[in-house]
Design a protein around this ligand. Sequence first.
Ligand SMILES: Nc1nc(=O)n([C@H]2C[C@H](O)[C@@H](COP(=O)(O)O)O2)cc1CO
Ligand SMILES: [Zn+2]
Length: 166
Amino acid sequence: MSETKKRRDYISWDEYFMGVADLSGRRSKDPNTQVGACIVSQDNKIMSMGYNGFPKGCSDDEFPWGKEAETTDPYSAKYLYVTHSELNAILNYRGGSLEGSKLYVTLFPCNECAKAIIQAGIQTIIYKEDKYPDSPSVRASKRMLNAAGVRYYQYECSGRKIEIDV
Ligand SMILES: Nc1nc(=O)n([C@H]2C[C@H](O)[C@@H](COP(=O)(O)O)O2)cc1CO
Ligand SMILES: [Zn+2]
C-alpha cells in the first residue's frame, strides 16, 4: 500500500512574507523605486501591508514623481510628499498594537521610518536590499534601531522563482 506524503515544495514563511512585501511594492506608482512592506505577528499572521505613495487625496497624477536631483525646486520633487512603504504599513494597521511584530521590507528603512518602527513596538526587521548603507539616513536609522534593541537582518534569498498567474 503506497502512503501519500506531504508536499515538499511549498514556500517558506520568509519567502511568503517577503513575496507579499514585494507584491505590495508593485502597487507603487514611483517610476524609480518601488518599495513594499508586510507586517507579521509573532505567530506568523499578516497584520498589515504598505507601499510607497502619496497620501490619500494627493493625486498620483497631480503630485510630482521626479527626483530632487533633476530639479532645483524641492516642491517639484516627490520627496516632500511621498509616504514610505514601512510607514504606510504601520499606519494601515487599525487593529490595535504592533508590539512584538516583524516587518518584512524590500529596502532598508530610513531614519524617519526607523522612528515609527521603534515607537510602534516592531521588534524585528527583515529587509531584502540595503542599497544605501553609507547614507546618513541609513546610518542614523541603524544607530536608533541598535539603541532601541530592534533586531534586523537581511533576507536570505532562496533563489527560487515564485511565479503567479493573475
Ligand atoms: N526604505 C524606504 N522605503 C520607501 O518607501 N522609500 C521610497 C521613497 C521614494 O518613493 C522611493 C525612493 O526614491 P528614489 O530616491 O530611489 O528615486 O522609495 C525609500 C526608502 C529608502 O529609505
Ligand atoms: Zn522611510
